[in-house]
Design a protein around this ligand. Structure first.
Ligand SMILES: [Zn+2]
Length: 260
């Protein structure tokens, strides 16, 4: 009656600590069906996240097949993602996406599925945002930047195989970073033309991240792409990177564009 994916979603929600009642309400699956899946020996819980090879460790070290999607997902993960372990031995990858941009939620889900077709993806509603979530055994293999504490409190460096992928797909990486921790907005200035003060608006891209390492990964990639950028300080600390020059904004517009 229910496919494996639906069962996995329901069981993952239960494993996260949601009550049978709330999972039943959310998924439309009866509580007794969920209880049965939890106890039946052939329950998919036993194989949840274990099925399928891993591009990094099984059967042999390699890279994800879809490197373009990986580059994008790496940008999302470094911007607004986290990995946490579960007592079952697996890991949750969670990417925060604002409610305001449904198109980006779909892009994020598609990227996760492209990188890990074996793992299910689901969306959990939070206040003002959703958590695009995937459970699997191998998320730390794919994102070795995983570690204790917040990303900005530890050193973040790409492994050589990741850097190779970013070099192959730099715009995907930049797009992922902007889609998670960036935005395109309008700035304005005034200029006096013919004795009259006129207001001019111009678009600008912002990237905001407290990790010096992650901002550096962003600006190093911009350098290779010929995009000019500037550090902007906040309370004396450089959190923001601005791209405002016309030619550079045009490049960003051609490859990234506004959120949607
Ligand atoms: Zn692995």
């Amino acid at each position: 009656m229910y496919d494996l994916h639906t069962r996995e979603q329901a069981l993952t929600l239960v494993a996260q600590g949601h009550s049978l009642n709330s999972v039943s309400l959310r998924t439309g699956i009866s509580r007794s069906a969920i209880r049965e899946w939890q106890t039946r020996p052939e329950s998919p819980k036993r194989v949840l996240g274990q099925a399928g090879p891993c591009p990094r460790c099984l059967p042999a070290p390699g890279v994800p097949a879809d490197t373009a999607s990986y580059s994008y997902l790496l940008g999302l993960y470094l911007g607004d993602g986290c990995i946490s372990s579960h007592r079952s031995g697996g890991y949750y990858l969670r990417i925060a996406c604002a409610d305001a941009w449904p198109g980006l939620i779909d892009l994020c889900k598609n990227a996760i599925t492209a990188v890990r077709p074996e793992d299910s993806v689901y969306v959990l509603q939070r206040e003002g945002c959703v958590m695009v979530t995937s459970y699997g055994r191998h998320w730390p293999c794919l994102f070795p930047q995983h570690g204790p504490g917040k990303k900005h409190t530890r050193r973040i460096a790409l492994e050589p195989w990741q850097q190779t992928i970013v070099d192959e797909h730099p715009w995907e990486f930049v797009r992922g970073l902007i889609h998670s921790d960036g935005c395109r907005n309008m700035n304005w200035t005034t200029r006096v033309v013919g004795g009259e003060r006129k207001r001019y608006e111009y678009p600008r891209y912002w990237f905001t991240n407290v990790s010096d390492d992650i901002r550096r990964l962003y600006t190093d990639t911009l350098d290779r792409l010929g995009v000019e950028w500037k550090d902007c300080t906040r309370h004396g600390r450089p959190y923001n990177v601005s791209v405002a020059r016309r030619a550079s904004v045009a490049l960003m517009d051609a490859h990234v564009g506004p959120k949607y």
